[in-house]
Ligand binder design. Sequence first.
Ligand code: SF4
Ligand code: SF4
Length: 481
Amino acid sequence: MSVLAVREHHRFEAAGRPFVYLVPSAAIFALDETADDIMRTLGNGARSLAELVAELSARHDAGQLGETVSELARVQAIGELAARPASPKVLPLTPFPLTTMVLNVTNQCNLSCTYCYEYGEDKIVDTENGRKPKFMSEETARESVDFMLKESGTNQVAHLTFFGGETLLNFPVLKKTIAYAKERAAALGKDVDFSLTTNATLLKPDVIEFLVEHQVGVTISIDGPKEMQDKFRVFQNGTGSYDIVAPRIKQLLKQHRRRPVGARVTLTSDTLDITRIFRHLTDEIGFWEVGFAPVTTSPGRAHAISEQGYDRMLDGFRALSYEFLEAAVAGRHHGFSNVKETLQEIHKGMSKAFPCGAGLGLMGVATDGDVALCHRFAGSDAHKLGTVRDGIDRVAQQAFLEKHHLDNKTDCSTCWARPVCSGGCYHEAHTRYGDTAQANLHYCEWIRAWTHLCLEIYGELAERNPAFLAAFDSEPAEPVN
Ligand code: SF4
Ligand code: SF4
């Protein structure tokens, strides 16, 4: 006689009803009373169908029980105990088209943000001893564009993101690169979508005009109101940057109306008042969206976020997520991008074998044209995956993918949040453990609590405004942080 068991799942409640997140498929199902009772009963131990029906028939009709068991088996929420499948390791087929190229046009910066991963103990790239050029040349930028268009394969659109250092320190090359990319893409019948990240100190009138004219998407690194921005985001002489950047950002927001401008906030132990930061950046400055990321640093640093700090961060994220939910139900915009991005991944049923697109659809290019996992590794010889002249080193790429596949992160194999997390950012792992292949076990509790919260928000939206979630079907997702 066959014995039934529950498959790996995570239970949550939303809109007053139970749901399950099925871990192997990353699918979500709302449970009715009968399904919930079956899941709970089998969750207490495997049983034969006859035993299950005998146990539950006092509360549920036998026909209804049979139908629900079949339905749960069909979606693989339950299954035969003996038939528990071992999931095979699936590696993406290579060559895999490049969707986003992040071009580090300079590794110089006019700010000296105390927590920056480009400097101090956490630094990966040798910019000080002259081994890498400080600025990308026009020629290398052109070669990078050719590389991107070639490696984008049959994709109609290639995404080119300019990054630094402070990106706008190399504005002349950025301008020429955009002109060249447009010309080359047009010749090939393709489009290029341009974006950049900047600290906003150099957003002068001519720069703003150019960004508006060429519809360049802009993300601004900013940490919040003056007292928070000036704590870490300082010039070399220690002066805070808020008074310089705030009016420039406001001017950009006034003129750049065709593409939403986003803010990207680095959270530290000293700057965790998330609601205040969000209100300032949206209501007072006028950003369309704000995304937060905890500082990447080794644990001993004063600005590193402690366990209590992560709890505070979660409280702040929770408050904004509930606001986001109510806005989404009412059909209003809310600019908390962290929840939006995670909801999008959940909606798409993403079950990630890799935490992000680094080394796959996303690559970073260093000032000398070396190609690396992503922008944060650009210029690091240890994380090199080719050059823009010679193309992607497919052997190195395959070896990277083999080594970093989720199946090799044994700590993650029993974690229900792995379809969303997949071990976390390689750069964070490198900084924390000196090894990109290590799972980021220091923030598991936070990731699981955050994913659980996002599942609840997802369930609420599924019940109260499913059209909001359906709109994700037409939007792409690609993290650059
Ligand atoms: S790093 Fe932690 S939270 Fe992320 S998948 Fe692994 S065990 Fe789960
Ligand atoms: S998540 Fe980390 S490894 Fe991935 S692209 Fe972002 S910074 Fe790079």
